[in-house]
Design a protein around this ligand. Structure first.
Ligand code: ADP
Ligand code: MG
Length: 827
């Protein structure tokens, strides 16, 4: 996709009006006069003669500099340009005018094809990608200082500083014509402006504008969250910017308010210079970029700088081979960069975005796949036998048959274990899908081949629970197994260390402590990690330092959407246990409001009367452990003293010592307590099959996946189970979100919805979750592009892992990967 022939008539009109208005650099509907001219000359028509190309570049640069010219200089430049355009349209040769209809190809013929030598000349004229912005005459050191505040230092930085949105002036309508559901732009005058701190939320600043055009009035609001906006000075500066009488463009989605008025939702605002007539007269361009700005850096500083830098795209070589671009219908990089900033129209904008989103995904996948390939070059000493006596005996003592999904995943794992490269596999399986059995079979494969295995859990509670289950199975197989956690006594600890070193102990269960110093295995063949997001690069490095390259199996009960999985686990092999063991009953889930609390308590009494048990879970309030503690202990007291004095109520929270936690859980397990009040400590893996009710307070504060996890604590036995979600929020969104859990018990579906409601970072539970910061790409919206990018990256890696064949791509990967993954990846 290349630039078309400019609209000469519009160009001439713009020049004419600028001259009539005294060379005041008029603000048009979309661009300032100088921006429009600079943009127009910055994009050459295809096949233009090199000599003309240089002139166009010069003009682009001179118009970018137009605002700083004196009136005389402006006049000179405008006149010169008008003559030049005249010349272009009526060339001295007998060729027909380029604007006459149907002769586009003749126009192109007129322009001689470029010769490489002369192209080099124009390339030298354009700014270099690595030029400092301060070196560019159109920018200068003052503006460059401002841009530096946005982290922009070089031409390249600026070209890749994508706008966060665009104002589409092609969709301009009058206020009277506003229709809900449409995204439009209005041009109106500020009637009144107010800016204040929200009375309900001290950290929220509200800008309230009354706008008017010839056809009507409209009230719009903008919200600024965060304490840096609440200062008086900042609010006053907004009031000045939008003072009554100012002409504004406002762009956004039309919505109907409660009072049947129209408004624009979170509109983009832009102050226009001129009154109505100036705007009417310059119908130029269509879509204008909106950049993220910072204090003291106004929109036009960035726009003008971008315009000055755009000619540098001529130096931008596309790292993606032509064939690949063709195959995936991708715009060329330099066109994409031009059009992401100043698109010719919406279609070009979409094509540019598609290309750049593809790039964001593609390089990440390339990096992940390269890492995967590198890992596969490592040798492991532990080549394990998939068949053997231990596994056979285990199948005999197992009281049930593996589900089809379990069997499939077991086969995938056993297949990995026979290879000379270490396994790096992630098993995803919904709560209760039976991951533990699968893990046990893997450990048996290691043991029967003469190796040791380690099973790690994220908490002592879970480690202990695994240990309990494994002891019962391993006893039947006459195999020793030990538990090692922070609470293991010194004497026992020494004994375990000794047994590990001699190889006497084939399986050790524990927390992360068990791969740390001074634990030395005689021959560690397999590490299984349960309920942990993943086995990190550092942990593997730690083992490497000990001279071992064990197979690693990671298990997670938090299914995540496919796009997210590819993004953060793109370098792992992934298996899914997508089937539950037979006979599981659906857990009846109900969203309740506070007024329905008595119903919840009735249900709890009924269940306890039948010998069942109950969890009551409280959220972490504001992530402060102190508050967390108080809310749990207070709720505990309330339930024990006023609501359920006839029952025994236990308490479990993160601030308790391991011994206290163990005690609380074992009392619950042994049915000494009927109700366990807990923070999210019980979220993962706790297994008490007699519990049938899960009551979650302030359910609206949790993510859906987390609620699904919590719900998985019940329904583990044969009895019917219930999950009660107390919704204390009145927001319709919270209600809608929680309803998802009433309707579904499919962890994948739920996590997909969770991501849609809250974004990818939140789905993983923590903000620093390793989701790369994409600039344009969205894991919610761009699944299709991600799939293509993954495909393309796989193909490339298959052809040449080292990327030697594609030097530019390799360089680009280095640049991008450091940014996306915080570095340290390609080492
Ligand atoms: P999770 O995947 O949540 O870790 P577990 O491994 O704890 O699940 O298994 C949940 C329960 O289901 C356990 O009591 C386990 O013994 C049982 N289970 C596992 N696989 C099967 C199966 N194929 N048939 C019947 N019950 C099974
Ligand atoms: Mg489990």
């Amino acid at each position: 996709m290349t630039a078309d022939i400019p609209d000469w008539i519009r160009l001439e009109k713009a020049l004419e009006i600028e001259a009539q208005q005294g060379f005041s650099d008029l603000m048009g509907r979309q661009y300032r006069f100088s921006e429009f001219l600079s943009l127009t000359f910055g994009q050459f028509p295809p096949g233009i003669a090199t000599i003309e190309r240089r002139r166009w570049q010069e003009l682009a640069a001179r118009f970018a500099n137009y605002p700083s010219l004196s009136p005389d200089e402006r006049q000179h430049l405008v006149n010169h340009t008008r003559r030049y355009i005249e010349y272009l349209q009526k060339p001295p040769s007998p060729h027909p005018s380029p604007t006459s209809p149907g002769n586009k190809s003749q126009y192109q013929k007129k322009l001689h094809p470029t010769t490489p030598v002369v192209e080099e000349v124009s390339r030298r004229l354009a700014p270099k990608l690595d030029d400092q912005l301060s070196q560019l005459a159109e920018i200068g050191s003052r503006q460059a200082d401002k841009l530096a505040r946005l982290g922009l230092f070089t031409v390249r930085d600026l070209l890749f500083y994508y706008p966060r949105d665009h104002i589409d002036y092609a969709r301009q309508v009058c206020i009277r014509e506003l229709q809900p559901g449409e995204t439009v732009t209005i041009i109106a005058t500020v009637k009144s402006c107010n800016c204040f701190t929200s009375p309900k939320n001290k950290k929220l600043t509200i800008l309230e504008l009354q706008l008017r055009d010839n056809t009507g009035r409209i009230k719009i609001n903008r919200f600024f969250a965060g304490s840096r906006y609440t200062s008086r000075g900042w609010q006053e500066s907004l009031k000045r910017r939008y003072s009554p009488g100012t002409t504004l463009a406002a762009c956004g989605l039309v919505k109907q308010t409660k009072y049947n008025m129209m408004t624009l939702e979170e509109p983009e605002l832009e102050v226009l210079a001129g009154p109505g007539d100036a705007i009417e007269s310059l119908t130029i361009g269509r879509v204008v970029p909106i950049y993220s700005l910072t204090e003291g850096v106004v929109a036009n500083v960035v726009r003008n700088a971008v315009i000055a830098c755009l000619p540098a795209t001529i130096n931008l070589k596309d790292p993606l081979p032509h064939g690949l671009r063709e195959k995936y219908r991708l715009m060329e990089l330099k066109d994409a960069i031009q059009n992401i900033h100043f698109p010719k129209d919406n279609e070009y904008l979409q094509a540019a975005r598609r290309r750049l989103v593809f790039d964001e995904f593609f390089y990440l996948q390339l990096g992940l796949l390269q890492r995967q390939q590198k890992a596969k070059q490592i040798q492991t000493s532990a080549i394990l036998a998939p068949k053997g006596e231990l596994i056979d005996r285990f199948y005999e003592i197992l009281p049930f048959q593996l589900t089809g999904a379990q069997q499939r995943v077991v086969n995938e794992i056993l297949n990995d274990l026979q290879k000379p490269t270490p396994m790096n596999r992630l098993v995803q399986g919904d709560v209760g899908s039976g991951k533990t059995v699968v893990a046990v079979i893997a450990t048996l494969a290691a043991i029967q081949s003469g190796y040791q295995a380690a099973l790690m859990a994220p908490t002592e509670v879970l480690a202990e629970q695994h240990y309990r289950k494994l002891v019962s199975w391993f006893n039947l197989l006459h195999l020793p197994v030990e538990l090692l956690t922070g609470s293991t006594r010194a004497a026992k600890r020494r004994e375990i260390h000794a047994q590990l070193e001699t190889g006497q102990l084939p399986l050790l269960v524990g927390t992360h402590a068990l791969i740390q110093d001074p634990v030395n295995f005689q021959q560690l063949g397999l590490v299984v990690i349960d309920e942990q997001h993943r086995f990190g690069v550092e942990q593997r490095a730690k083992l490497q330092q000990k001279g071992i390259q064990p197979h690693v199996l990671t298990m997670t009960a938090t299914p995540i959407p496919r796009t997210l999985a590819l993004t953060i686990h793109g370098d792992l092999d992934v298996s899914q246990i997508d089937e539950l063991p037979p006979g599981r009953q659906a857990i009846t889930t109900t969203v309740l409001t506070n007024s329905q609390r008595p119903e919840a308590y009735d249900l709890i009494r009924r269940e306890i009367a039948q010998g069942r048990q109950v969890y009551v879970v409280l959220p972490l309030v504001e992530e402060s452990e102190k508050l967390d503690l108080r809310s749990a202990t207070e709720e505990h007291r309330k339930l024990q003293e006023s609501i359920f004095p006839e029952y025994k109520v236990g308490l479990l929270h993160g601030r308790m010592s391991s011994a206290e936690k163990d005690a609380a859980i074992s009392q619950f397990r042994q049915q000494e307590t009927h109700i366990l009040v807990s923070t999210t400590v019980v979220e993962v893996g706790v297994d008490v099959p007699n519990a049938t009710v899960m009551l979650i307070e302030h359910a609206e504060r949790f993510g859906l996946s987390q609620l699904h996890q919590l719900r998985g604590r019940v329904g583990r036995g044969a009895a019917k189970s219930y999950c009660l979600l107390m919704n204390s929020s009145r927001s319709p969104e919270a209600q809608q979100r929680l309803k998802v859990l009433e309707q579904s018990q499919d962890g994948f579906f739920i996590s997909e919805m969770d991501m849609r409601f809250r974004g990818p970072g939140e789905v993983l539970g923590t903000r620093q979750s390793g989701v790369p910061d994409f600039t344009l790409a969205s894991l919610v919206e761009d699944e299709e592009i991600l799939t293509l990018a993954r495909q393309a990256a796989e193909k490339i890696i298959e052809l040449d892992t080292t990327l030697e064949r594609w030097f530019l791509m390799k360089e680009e990967l280095k640049l991008r990967y450091t940014r996306l993954m915080g570095g340290a990846i390609l080492t």
